[in-house]
Ligand binder design. Sequence first.
Ligand SMILES: C[S@@+](CC[C@H](N)C(=O)[O-])C[C@H]1O[C@@H](n2cnc3c(N)ncnc32)[C@H](O)[C@@H]1O
Length: 206
Amino acid sequence: MRFSKKELAENHARLIARNDVYRRAGYDTGKDMRFVVSKTLPLKGRILEVGTGKGRFLTALLGRVPFVTTVDLNAEEQRFARINVAYRKPGGRARFVVADARRLPWRDGSFDAVVSMNALHHMPQLARVLGEIRRVVRSGGKVVLADFNRRGFAVFDRIHRREGRVHERSKYKLADVVKYFEESGWRVASFKGDCQDVVVARKRAS
Ligand SMILES: C[S@@+](CC[C@H](N)C(=O)[O-])C[C@H]1O[C@@H](n2cnc3c(N)ncnc32)[C@H](O)[C@@H]1O
């Protein structure tokens, strides 16, 4: 897919302007991204990202790994992510798939790692999504799930309120995600950042 110079520049300007809004409200996109990426790496082999969005996390990952498959329900959001990747040229390549994380179109054990950032709170049927993530990771593989913590949500709720909108989100707890993987027999660690928390779960080799 090719994009015009105008499209590339306009999309980039929109992202930068948005990052500025976030920074003024107390969320440093770069700092939190570095934190999440540091807890996500190392990544090897076949990697699936769930919830492409505008491709911020994807672009950061593609600066560190050669290939990522990324899935999102919303083709329009993925188009922004494609433009973001085309603008930034991070090095790695992405395969964009439009699909529902509640029914991932891959066989059991298809990926060495599944990762996601700031997307789970947009998925009200989280148990189904977690079930699918668990299913598509091979034994010995890992899952990294990062999302806003209480401070992060407070910042984003405030931004949305100021803009006369509501930050639609399902109110799940990352602790429930930890419990879910522990009860599945995985080894789990969690990390607290400024506005993000991260869960890293490893499936035992069978
Ligand atoms: C805030 S964005 C994710 C941000 C993105 N990871 C980034 O770093 O820029 C959340 C995304 O989750 C997607 N989403 C919500 N429910 C989904 C589902 N059931 N399956 C796949 N994607 C879903 C939305 O379409 C949206 O693009």
